[in-house]
Design a protein around this ligand. Structure first.
Ligand SMILES: *Cc1c(COP(=O)(O)O)cnc(C)c1O
Length: 358
């Protein structure tokens, strides 16, 4: 079975982590600081605050911008649940909008429409889904004109860029995840990026029990600190990220050239796409037959995502709007096929031939 994801952690990571273990300084420390500096410089922001996960990074990003109880945050209906949960953790209320059919990303026209309709909306939280950057020129113009804050969920888009600028550097704050299936990993982990000094300061407080002076707690914070062990793995992974992403793009190119099946809709390509997932659509209600066929032929796959966020059971109590024409159609058609950097050309060709035979 060719698996849908495979963490790409090797001897160098092992050596780096063992060095930290031998040093005795295994918790949050100097290595975490160095990793924060390296990752934020790579993306192109002034500050980086490493955390325990992408979810906690999103939560801290939102809270550090001063978003809280009763505030409204506009976001996409189509993402991993952490995107909307992070809004709810802060006490704010998510307002969901539909996506563009071709990119699977939030529709800029609907951002404009909702901001006109609900001028009390405080922030827009976008997701660069599957590694494809959102239309940042249009989105920046809209949020700036409406004077609302912009937050980027970059959990699937490490190194992705739009007009030569990396995602994570456009917004007032951004969050990345370093979960093992993402484009780079620290085991579990995340990071908040921002160019604002005050936001960085607040984030730093929040992840460390609101503490600036030892055992003097300015506010109720959390322990969301990244360990030196995780950061050491992150340093090595960051040094390999561009290579990983090149390999993902090469695999994607191979699919684009090789897959010719009239039942399949291929994903949008763009120069700055880093293909966290290669997500195709299967037409005519054939998705379940297609995934069964993949299974029979030893090809792993994922359905990201079978439901929109607002229709998840955990949100029933909130009574969110659940009618989104594009998401409602696409969620029944999407299938993600393996695109990770450890695939061989032979495996990719095998997957192509299976799909063409369907
Ligand atoms: C993975 C992911 C997250 C959460 O990251 P974790 O590290 O798993 O907490 C948030 N948003 C999106 C879009 C993700 O894919």
């Amino acid at each position: 079975m060719i698996s849908i994801a495979k963490p790409n952690v090797g001897a160098e990571e092992k050596e780096a982590v063992c060095k930290i273990i031998d040093s005795g300084m295994i918790a949050c420390g100097k290595v975490t600081e160095a990793f924060e500096e390296e990752f934020s410089s790579y993306i192109g922001t002034k500050h980086g605050i490493a955390t325990t996960s992408g979810t906690t990074a999103l939560e801290v990003a939102i809270k550090s911008l001063g978003i809280g109880k009763g505030d409204k945050v506009l976001t996409t209906a189509f993402s991993f649940i952490a995107t909307a949960n992070a809004i709810l953790y802060s006490g704010a209320i998510p307002v969901f909008v539909d996506i563009e059919e071709d990119s699977y990303n939030i529709d800029p026209d609907l951002i404009e429409e909702k901001l006109q309709e609900q001028p009390e909306i405080k922030a827009v939280l976008i997701v660069h889904l599957f590694g494809l950057p959102c239309q940042m020129d249009r989105i920046k113009e809209i949020v700036d004109r409406h004077h609302v804050m912009l937050i980027e969920d970059c959990a699937q888009a490490h190194g992705a860029f739009f007009q030569e600028k990396k995602v994570g550097s456009f917004g007032d704050a951004a969050a990345f995840s370093f979960y093992p299936t993402k484009n780079m990993t620290t085991g579990e982990g995340g990071i908040v990026l921002t160019n604002h000094d005050d936001v960085a300061k607040k984030a730093r407080l929040l992840i460390n029990h609101g503490m600036e002076i030892r055992y003097h707690h300015k506010e109720i914070g959390y322990n969301y600190r990244m360990t030196n062990m995780a950061a050491a793995m992150g340093q090595v992974q960051l040094s390999k990220l561009e290579k990983f992403n090149e390999r993902r793009r090469a695999n994607a190119d191979r699919y684009i050239c090789g897959i010719h099946n009239t039942k399949i809709i291929m994903p949008e390509m763009s120069e700055g796409h880093v293909f966290h997932q290669f997500t195709i659509r299967v037409k005519d209600g054939l998705r379940d037959r297609f995934t069964a066929f993949l299974e029979e032929n030893g090809v792993g796959y994922g359905v990201f995502y079978p439901l929109s966020m607002p229709e998840q059971e955990c949100y029933k109590q909130y009574g969110f709007e659940t009618h989104f024409p594009i998401v409602d159609c696409i969620k029944q058609e999407v299938v993600s096929i393996p695109v990770h950097p450890l695939l061989t050309d032979e495996e990719v060709d095998m997957i192509i031939s299976v799909i063409n035979r369907f």
